[in-house]
Design a protein around this ligand. Structure first.
Ligand code: 4AZ
Length: 874
């Protein structure tokens, strides 16, 4: 750097300037050498500058050139379309492209089209030419013209051109007529409507295609004619050719085209046949594209929507095959059996033209009406309604609509369709492009058989005795037996329509579910809500976001929770805030600000939703994966228990207090994932020892009050489909009277009977506390909960003790441990429900002793466990 600087300064100095005496020069060892060096440096500098200038000029040139060139690279874009000339009658001479009439109308139209395009600046800019390809006769005797319009457009403007073409077409849609004026004389005007246009497949306008062979045929009534690829069958078709066959039929007729031989290259990108529902190759009217080889067995028959059809063959340079042969004829436009009324006990109907492919633009409606009281079954022997770009979930192109539900795509298996009425409207629709084989259907009738016979048929398809209708209990399991009731005299009518026994009124329990039975109990007026704390507030204040009751009652059964002072009626979130909603845990809504009401919700998911001890049935393996069997060493099964985490069990205190020995952890074997007591060694079963037993400190062996205990396993159990914890209810969870719950265990199947070998299950209902106390001689405390079937026969029994009473929350499908089998007066006796430990009362004790924090009770569930649970939900 330094030497260059010196050199430049030197060179700029005028050699005539007097030398500055203050400057002192370093002695030059060799003056000639210094001069040479300076010259050399200057030369390099000049060369670098020249190179830089050249590169800049080159780059600028390239940029300018590229910009112009790109703008100048034009693409040939061909549109194919049709239009109706409403004020010209069709004559046969229009079919002959060499006739004077053809040429007169064609040139007339071409000029008018040019005028039309010139009125749109973008079209006018890139327009090259239009050519009228053919004419055909429309249904009303006027002329349909088929044209090709060519544009030469820069690549960047292609989509703008497409849009301009489409919007210019919109002005001539059906019903709109466009008068294209050639001259000022109105007589010369052509009235044009139904103008349609679509791009032509670029493979058809490929400049490599040499031959453009065109043939025209008019099918005559009663005659069948043939078309075939050039040279067929003696020599293969030629390379790089485009051939088209224009087929016409008389007005009010369709064309029927049947391929008898198709033998082309397998790759449709190379050689292919196309069938169009038009006389020009418009993409909007492609009915089918075929290549490869078809055997005689596969019928390849097409029907046009009108009286024209176009067949094209495109071949590329390699692999030439024999080609095709097809016969064509004209058939009346009206297709028999396209819609109509179908009556009787059975019948058939098919897509139009079946077994030929249905035509484009078809619409048929069948009204099936079978004898009153019968239902309809539809069987499809064939169903193939494919249209490219249409998914079976969104049938917008070709479809069959059965009582409002659309079906499309292909069905390989005949899955009968049951229509539970005696009338059905069925509609077939095909759009203007792409056709398929269609369908063939059979309808039959059947008398709906009520499998419940004289019993009440629940909405969930269960059958219950008619006597159980409107008795205040949910016998069906979906409350349907308690809906639409006229309440008998001994019942009150709740505002929500349910009937509940009068003696449940004013007992402090909300049996109606909407609190009707606890209103007007002397302390609240009509139209008021009875708060749990004894206050009364106006019903209008319910769910208004204010704690009007001051104990949260009026905000407890609302979609949204409010934050309240904690009480026995509130749910406490992890952040110690309390919320008003009843049973908010694991209900799928984040009610706590910190989301803790939805934490640990992996628990309690059963793989199956069962429809169903004494009076029970054998459970299916894996139905109750929290059910545990407690074996006393040398004695076998003694009690049940419930898994609440991978380490902790809940059981009954009386199970571990029988004698001293029962309270020693080492005396117990814990079987998890067990199904049958005779098969304790299966792959699904795990045997664990017990590390510690914690009996509830207030357990009262005389009253069986606080009959609850915890067992800690000697090591965590690996969770699986067969071993999974049940959720613990929050302290404020409410179970209404009549609620169905499940009891499970290997206990005795009769009061004087034997233990069950296979795990048993039974559905029982929660019994009103007042009623229970009246039925049971011994004291029933608030720490207990009664459940059973008062007619008898269904109950827990000896050996079931300690086991779970599971409540399946219908909204989340999650199971909660709401009771622990405790005691009862005998087993399954009439009017003697079973007594269970009320788990909600022990929620905080369980949390304190076991450390099981979450409602799910399994803070240790890992990713793998979560995966298992997700699979189950499915
Ligand atoms: C028992 O002895 C027992 N019917 C458990 C439940 C019931 C009766 C007896 C309820 O373990």
């Amino acid at each position: 750097m330094e030497s260059l600087g010196n050199g430049t300064e030197d060179s700029l100095k005028n050699p005539d300037d007097p030398v500055d005496p203050s400057l002192q020069f370093l002695p030059a060892s060799d003056a000639k050498k210094v001069k040479k060096k300076k010259f050399f440096v200057r030369a390099i500098l000049v060369i670098i500058l020249v190179i830089l200038a050249a590169v800049t000029a080159l780059l600028t040139g390239l940029l300018v050139w590229n910009f112009h060139l790109r703008n100048d690279v034009r693409i040939k874009k061909v549109f194919a379309g049709s239009l109706t000339v409403a004020n010209r009658r069709f004559t046969d001479s229009y079919e002959d492209s060499s006739s004077a009439q053809f040429n007169e109308l064609a040139s007339h139209l071409s000029k008018q089209m040019k005028n039309m395009y010139s009125s749109v600046p973008l079209l006018s800019k890139y327009y090259v030419s239009s050519s009228i390809q053919a004419f055909s006769e429309s249904g009303d005797g006027t002329v349909i013209a088929y044209y090709l319009s060519e544009f030469s457009v820069p690549e960047a403007e292609v989509s703008a051109l497409d849009e301009a073409i489409q919007s210019s077409m919109r002005t001539t849609e059906p019903g709109q007529t466009r008068r294209l004026s050639l001259s000022r004389k109105p007589t010369n005007d052509l009235l044009i409507n139904n103008m349609m246009s679509a791009a032509v497949d670029p493979r058809m306008v490929n400049s490599a295609l040499k031959g453009h062979h065109k043939q025209s045929h008019h099918s005559r009534a009663g005659e069948t004619d043939f078309i075939q690829s050039p040279g067929f069958p003696d020599s293969p078709y030629a390379s790089n050719t485009y051939t088209e066959w224009r087929l016409r039929a008389d007005p009010d007729h369709r064309l029927r085209l049947e391929f008898t031989v198709v033998d082309l290259e397998n790759d449709c990108h190379k050689d292919f046949i196309r069938v169009y529902d038009s006389l020009i190759p418009s993409e909007n009217h492609v009915m089918a594209e075929k290549c490869g080889h078809y055997t005689h067995k596969e019928q390849l028959v097409f029907l046009s929507s009108g009286n024209v059809m176009l067949v094209t063959l495109v071949t590329n340079e390699e692999k030439n095959f024999p080609g095709f042969r097809a016969k064509y004829s004209q058939v009346p436009a009206e297709i028999q059996g396209c819609g109509g009324k179908l009556t009787g006990m059975k019948g058939t109907f098919t897509s139009p033209g079946f077994p030929s492919s249905y035509p484009p633009q078809a619409q048929c409606v069948w009204n099936i009406e079978v004898p009153e009281g019968n239902h309809i079954i539809l069987n499809f022997n064939k169903f193939s309604l494919n249209d490219p770009g249409q998914s079976p979930d969104n049938c917008t192109k070709d479809y069959l609509e059965v009582t409002g539900n659309r079906m499309c795509g292909e069905k390989f298996e005949n899955v009968p369709l049951v229509i539970k009425t005696d009338k059905a409207d069925i509609k077939f629709f095909s759009d203007m492009s792409h056709v398929d084989k269609g369908f063939s259907a059979e309808f039959e009738t059947f008398k709906p058989f009520d499998r419940c016979s004289k019993k009440f048929h629940c909405e969930n398809d269960a059958c219950v005795s008619q006597k159980l209708r409107c008795d205040g209990y949910d016998d069906c399991g979906d409350m349907s037996d308690e809906k639409n009731c006229v309440c008998e005299e001994s019942y009150i009518k709740c505002k929500n329509g349910f009937c509940k026994p009068k003696y449940w009124q004013c007992d402090g329990v909300n049996d109606c579910g909407d609190n009707t039975d606890e209103e007007n109990c002397g302390y609240c007026k009509a139209g008021e809500v009875a708060c749990r704390n004894g206050r009364c507030v106006s019903e209008q204040k319910k769910c208004d976001g204010h704690n009007d009751c001051e104990d949260g009652t009026d905000e407890s059964m609302c979609a949204k929770s409010i934050v309240l002072t904690c009480s026995e009626f509130t749910f406490k979130c992890k952040n110690n805030m309390c919320i008003s909603k009843q049973n908010p845990e694991c209900d799928g809504h984040r009610d706590c600000e910190d989301g803790s009401d939805e934490e640990g919700c992996e628990c309690g998911m059963t793989p199956y939703q069962s429809s169903r001890i004494v009076g029970g049935e054998a459970a299916s393996e894996g139905y109750w994966p929290w059910q545990v069997s407690l074996h006393l060493k040398g004695r076998g099964h003694v009690c049940g228990a419930s898994l609440i985490s991978d380490l902790w069990l809940v059981t009954a205190a009386h199970c571990i207090q029988e004698t001293n020995r029962y309270s020693w952890p080492e005396e117990w074997d814990v079987y998890l994932g067990l199904h049958s007591q005779s098969e304790t060694n299966t792959a699904n079963t795990v045997l664990k020892g017990v590390k510690q037993i914690i009996c509830h400190p207030e357990y009262n062996p005389q009253l069986y009050n606080s009959d609850i205990a915890l067992m800690e396993l000697d090591s965590p159990v690996t969770l699986s489909q067969y071993i999974w914890p049940i959720c613990l209810p929050s302290a404020t969870q409410l179970l209404p009277t009549g609620q169905s719950v499940w009891i499970t265990g290997w206990g005795k199947t009769r009061e004087e009977g034997q233990l069950a070998s296979v795990l048993q299950e039974a559905k029982v209902r929660i019994i009103n506390e007042t009623v229970c106390s009246q039925l049971i001689e011994d004291e029933v405390t608030p720490q207990m909960i009664c459940a059973g079937i008062l007619t008898g026969g269904v109950d827990a029994c000896q050996g079931d003790s300690g086991g779970p009473m599971s409540f399946v929350d219908p909204t989340s499908g999650r199971c909660f441990l709401v009771g622990v089998v405790s005691w009862g007066e005998g087993c399954g006796r009439k009017g003697k429900p079973g007594i269970y430990t009320r788990v909600t009362k022990y929620r905080s004790w369980i949390r304190e002793e076991s450390g099981v924090l979450t409602e799910g009770g399994s803070s240790k569930l890992n990713d793998l466990d979560a995966e298992v649970s997700e699979r189950w939900i499915l």
